[in-house]
Write a protein that binds this ligand. Structure first.
Ligand code: FES
Length: 63
């Protein structure tokens, strides 16, 4: 599903970024440009980042 239409960023793109070490909105904005144009995706991007981070933390605790 698309999170940021302006830049074509999907939930999968955010999950990949989290796997590469992104752990804040600032880093996400710098890496993917998410929420850097119209800004309408900001809340959805934040919640997607939070969920992806939780999943990543759980996955790393299990390994
Ligand atoms: S939808 Fe993300 S900046 Fe416009």
């Amino acid at each position: 599903m698309f999170v940021c239409i302006c830049h074509g960023i999907t939930e999968e793109d955010i999950e990949t970024a989290v796997g590469q070490g992104v752990n804040s909105m600032q880093q996400l904005r710098e890496q993917l440009n998410v929420a850097n144009q119209c800004g309408r995706c900001m809340q959805f991007a934040k919640s997607t980042l939070a969920m992806a981070s939780e999943r990543y933390d759980l996955a790393t605790q299990l390994t």
